[in-house]
Design a protein around this ligand. Structure first.
Ligand code: KIV
Length: 278
């Protein structure tokens, strides 16, 4: 059984932490079977599973459907529900209420982006209420409009120090780990070495305590764009394409379903049907 303690133990033992996103029941089952340390039901599902242009429009209620499916598929995994845009920014009460919905849906913890006084207070209140919080610094997609696009963060020593200061505040507030997204490997190394809690990198190099990526990216589901920090471990797009093309051809050519995939009628009943043909 993976829990919040698994993360710290792995970091303390110098063993890398593995995380992937999942959005559905069967993928969650496979990830648990593979032995993943943590599953994030990321708000990235807005884009990769629902086809939205960005992550701004996904709601907490939509997220909960996917959290429930993943939780059913991976009963022994440590599952993090990603709090969507504006589901925790309006007030501590709003954030706490929505975070508790994630837990009731089957998540073991939640992820929040950024670091300001409000976030720090919310992290503290969630943690005190029994909701583990994963922080998220560096490039934070929900703040893309204020950041000004997909920009690499922590490109100078000053900016890296700023991210480290934020990470330390999140650690102090109670975060059990922090995601570092899109930053030079050296910057992430510096931050990782100066924190007690683990860092989980995405586009942040090899030195983080662990790694996370969007599962659709490593499975090669999309052919149009692959971010530089993604390595493809499969080519699902072409596997599905080829299977669908073969299926279409076999149905058109009346090859599928064959006898093997069909049910037989009792001989007597078959004769009756023949006799009664109009
Ligand atoms: O939404 C997401 O998938 C994320 C990443 C950290 C992978 O936030």
């Amino acid at each position: 059984m993976k829990t919040v303690n698994t993360f710290q133990k792995l970091k303390d033992n110098n063993e890398k932490i593995t995380m992937l996103t999942a959005y559905d029941y069967s993928t969650a089952q496979v990830l648990e079977e593979a032995g993943i340390d943590g599953i994030l039901v990321g708000d990235s599902l807005a884009m990769v599973a629902l086809g939205y242009e960005n992550t701004y429009n996904i709601t907490i209620d939509e997220m909960l459907i996917f959290v429930k499916a993943v939780a059913k598929g991976a009963k022994n995994s440590f599952i993090i529900g990603d709090m969507p845009f504006m589901s925790y920014n309006l007030s501590i009460e709003q954030g706490l209420e929505n975070a508790s919905k994630m837990i009731k849906a089957g998540a073991s913890g939640v992820k929040l982006e950024g670091c300001n006084e409000h976030i720090l207070k919310l992290v503290k209140r969630c943690t005190e209420s029994g909701i583990p919080v994963l922080g998220h610094l560096g490039f934070t997609p929900q703040l893309m409009n204020t950041i000004g696009g997909h920009k690499i963060q922590g490109k100078t020593s000053e900016k890296t120090e700023e991210i480290l200061m934020s990470a330390k505040k999140l650690e102090e507030a109670g975060c059990f780990a922090v995601v570092l997204e899109l930053m030079p490997a050296e910057s992430a190394k510096y931050i990782t070495e100066n924190l007690n809690i683990p860092t989980i990198g995405i586009g942040a190099g090899i030195h983080c305590s662990g790694q996370i990526v969007v599962i659709d990216d490593i499975l090669g589901k999309f052919t149009d764009f692959t971010p530089k920090f993604v390595k493809k471990y499969a080519d699902i797009h072409h596997t599905v394409l080829s299977a669908a093309e073969k299926y279409i051809k076999e149905v058109k050519d009346e090859i599928f379903p064959s006898e093997k995939e069909s049910f037989e009628l009792d001989k007597k009943e078959s004769e009756k049907l023949c006799c009664s043909t109009k």
